[in-house]
Design a protein. Structure first.
Length: 140
């Protein structure tokens, strides 16, 4: 990813670990979600909504920018393409966590070795009827 400043261009090199680390704690995740919800939010509004100390706000924002998830354009913070992909992946994790006990039930039956693949597919479909995304992931 390349970012351009007024006088120079820098290449941001990031890794999966750096991206995950940038959103690894609740306060960083909250800041990331606020930016995603209002893709194009001014610093003052963001700072007011984030409920962080000044140091926490600037530190976490710098980490999100440094990881290539967020960029400031025309005075507003917004997600980069990588940020949008990361946000969608994080949303999938949130859905999985909301279905934690159903996923544990699937794991328990799978670990028993007593369930045929077709029966497991029917069980997944029955436990997660409204969640095509999780069903698709589990089918792999």
């Amino acid at each position: 990813m390349t970012t351009s400043g007024a006088h120079h261009t820098t290449t941001v090199i990031t890794t999966t670990a750096r991206v995950l680390d940038a959103i690894a704690n609740d306060k960083s995740m909250e800041l990331f979600k606020l930016i995603a919800a209002r893709n194009g939010i001014g610093s003052k509004s963001l700072k007011d909504q984030a409920r962080l100390t000044r140091k926490q706000y600037y530190s976490r924002l710098a980490t999100l920018v440094g990881a290539g998830l967020v960029v400031k354009r025309s005075g507003e913070y917004m997600l980069t393409s990588l940020g949008r992909v990361t946000y969608n992946m994080q949303a999938t994790v949130d859905v999985a966590l909301a279905n934690f006990w159903k996923l544990r039930a699937i794991d328990s039956l799978d670990a028993s070795g007593e369930i045929a693949a077709e029966e497991e597919k029917r069980l997944i479909d029955a436990l997660l009827p409204d969640n095509q995304q999780l069903r698709s992931i589990l089918a792999k």
